[in-house]
Design a protein around this ligand. Structure first.
Ligand code: EPU
Length: 422
């Protein structure tokens, strides 16, 4: 296990490139199971989660090569339709192999992912969606067994649940629908840019999908899909995390290149309202710390609302922003493990019923803290940037699941971070 030691008080400046999106790459890698032909996926970030997905594909029989961001996959002969527990338990997103396996093999046996630190995370909507094609599911021994003896049949499928839309659930159904007989209409679909990116990849493979990015997606099933090349979109959450780094620690400003500013409007709007200078170009964003920062009231919502994957980072910013800020997470109300760790650094945060009430303090002070999940750990690194002293953040394997070389990128901007054995 490794830890980070972050020296507080270093001002950030300069520029970095943002990596390809982790949350786009995962379903796109899984979608390569839908064809026997070769797929080439570019700008796949080198993070633990994409490596887990590649291991799952290899376990199913795919041949995979990975070289400097390009992943080449050939799933000509699948030897299995089973994603086992020892791989699935490492990463929930492995559930998005269900749709492609069911479409390609009429069968999928995928171990049930358990709950995780950000909440309960059920998969009922995925199963309801796939059953809409005529598949039958049963859970036995911790594994979901899905079968569709007569193949998948297109249908109208409603993907919305009591917590709103589901991103990977929409992905699973969209992937299954590409090879189903007839037309599928998904209503209540997630509109996230990662869903659109997956649809673009599937269309490049020969699928007939329209409406991705809206709540109604129409998919005309085809006989088979072919190989395709695709470049994944920039990671909007990595970009958002570095925007907050600039808002916390860069009076002169930092520039993020290779971003898609149109995917970040909810985040850049809030940062501007908080007083930061934000300059947006076609593929880059420059941000500088506010001279007179003000807090804000944020509620997470599905895209294009404020992303739940950015709420922990905003808590880090508000911890030292004068006045009172409110952060409410409607998507994962239990996702506030970072608050307790930030309190150890002197933050004044009260959490109840999925809402954090944050009274900004003048400065945080370094303390040993523990990373609990991907975004919470990123938030602790951000909080440490201006804390007094050296903050030790343990269990950084959480951060390595989804941020490509975050320590090196922050060091390129002038931060002092050491990665040490814990
Ligand atoms: N939900 C259900 N039933 C389901 C599926 C979801 O009730 O069958 C609920 C969830 O419990 C949650 C809400 O619906 O309350 C939304 O969950 P969603 O299914 O959209 O989450 P996901 O698709 O499993 C993706 C991202 C998450 C991100 C969420 C929300 C990937 C690989 N993961 O998860 O990213 O927080 O969408 O935007 O795309 C992260 O990157 O740190 C991360 C957790």
């Amino acid at each position: 296990m490794e830890k980070f030691v972050v020296q507080g008080g270093k001002e950030l400046s300069g520029s970095i490139n943002i990596s390809g999106s982790k949350n786009s790459s995962l379903p796109i890698l899984a979608a390569s199971l839908l064809t026997r032909e070769t797929c080439v996926i570019r700008r796949v970030p080198d993070v633990a989660d994409t490596n887990y997905m590649i291991q799952i594909l290899q376990n199913l029989g795919a041949e995979v090569e990975r070289a400097s961001g390009n992943v080449t996959i050939r799933s000509e002969k699948l030897r299995s339709h089973e994603a086992p527990y020892d791989l699935v338990r490492k990463m929930r997103a492995s559930v998005c192999t269900m749709g492609p396996l069911l479409a390609r093999r009429n069968r999928a046996d995928v171990s049930m992912p358990g709950g995780c630190v950000i909440g309960d995370r059920p998969i009922d909507l995925h199963l309801r969606g796939l059953e809409g094609f005529g598949a039958v599911s049963r859970v036995e021994g911790g594994t979901v067994h899905l079968e569709a003896h007569d193949g998948l049949k297109g249908a109208e499928i409603n993907m919305s649940g009591k917590h709103g839309v589901t991103v990977l659930g929409t992905d699973n159904v969209m992937m299954a629908a590409t090879l189903a007989q007839g037309t599928t209409v998904i209503v209540g679909a997630a509109c996230e840019p990662e869903v659109v990116d997956l649809a673009n990849f599937l269309n490049a493979m020969g699928a007939k999908i329209s409406g991705a990015g809206t709540p109604r997606i129409v998919i005309e099933g085809v006989e088979e899909l072919g190989g395709a090349e695709h470049t994944v979109i920039p990671d909007r959450i990595e970009a958002g995390t570095f925007l907050v780094a600039g808002a916390i620690a860069s009076p002169k400003g930092i520039t993020l290149n290779r971003v898609a500013p149109e995917h970040l409007i909810a985040v850049t709007d809030v940062l501007q309202r908080c007083g930061c200078t934000v300059e947006i170009s076609e593929h880059s964003i420059r941000i500088a710390r506010a001279e007179n920062p003000t807090g804000a009231h944020i509620i997470t919502e599905p895209y294009p609302g404020f992303p739940t994957d950015m709420q922990a980072q905003m808590c880090a910013l508000f911890a030292t922003t004068p006045g009172t800020s409110v952060v409410r997470d409607t998507i994962f109300p239990q996702r506030f493990m970072h608050a307790a760790e930030m309190k150890r650094m002197g933050a004044d945060i009260e959490v109840s019923d999925g809402t954090a009430l944050i009274h900004g303090v003048e400065q945080l002070s370094a303390a040993p803290v523990m990373a609990s999940d991907l975004r919470a750990s990123a938030a602790l690194v951000l909080a440490a940037l201006t804390a007094k002293g050296d903050t030790e953040i343990s269990r950084v394997y959480h951060i390595d699941r989804g941020y490509e070389h975050i320590d090196e990128k922050l060091m390129a901007l002038g931060a002092t971070i050491q990665r040490l054995p814990a």
